[in-house]
Write a protein that binds this ligand. Structure first.
Ligand code: GDP
Length: 193
């Protein structure tokens, strides 16, 4: 990065046979429509991720190489109401496969939660899932912060805090809020502590 812009490139979509090289993974997870694509595009400064008009469309794990040593890993959103039970099962299998195959290279997970709605049951389940993998560090990224009023913001932070001690980063893809804070994490991973 060295002060300049990191080179970002779409590497591919995977359901299995995930890249096996030693680059570190930064993983984006969250409910469908939480604002994941918008956040990724904000962070990398260009439109690499597909912003959905129809939530829940991406059903594969997308890899982007970021700088020399990182992959940004875009995991499809969970909990879209219209998907069938069978599709949900396939999602779960794919995620479990990803985590078991790539666990040793996952440097950070960004768990995206809607900043106006706050954590719902599925987010709580995701927190439990991540906590089970004890060595996986994660941060909670609150999205669409520009849409939440002060009262909502305070309530959402309180609710998240009651569920986890992970760092909380409020963001707005619309206003660029939170970008530098997240990029600092990326730099820490690229260059070590
Ligand atoms: P994804 O399904 O999680 O990838 O979510 P998208 O990035 O496609 O965003 C879902 C919807 O929320 C889109 O209509 C976005 O324009 C909107 N959105 C995403 N991030 C923000 C944000 O920070 N602020 C506002 N106001 N809208 C956002």
């Amino acid at each position: 990065m060295h002060g300049g812009k990191s080179e970002v490139k779409f590497l591919g979509s995977f359901k299995d046979n995930f890249p096996k090289d030693q680059k570190k993974h930064v993983v984006f997870v969250g409910r469908s429509n939480v604002g994941k694509s918008s956040l990724i595009n904000m962070l990398v400064g260009k439109k690499v991720a597909y912003v959905s008009k129809e939530p829940g469309r991406t059903r594969t794990i997308n890899f982007f190489s970021f700088g020399k040593n990182l992959y940004l890993v875009d995991v499809p959103g969970y909990g879209y109401a219209k998907v069938s039970g069978e599709e949900r099962e396939r999602w779960k299998e794919m995620i479990e496969k990803y985590f078991s195959e790539c666990k040793d290279r996952i440097a950070l997970i960004l768990l995206l939660i809607d900043g106006r709605v706050g954590p719902v049951a599925l987010d709580e389940q995701m927190i439990l899932f991540l906590e089970m993998y004890q060595n996986l560090p994660y941060v909670v990224v609150l999205t669409k912060w520009d849409k939440a009023n002060q009262k909502q913001q305070a309530e959402v932070i309180k609710k998240v805090r009651s569920l986890t001690n992970a760092p909380i980063i409020p963001t707005s893809a619309k206003e660029g809020k939170g970008k530098e804070e997240i990029l600092k994490y990326f730099r820490g991973i690229e260059y070590g502590p």
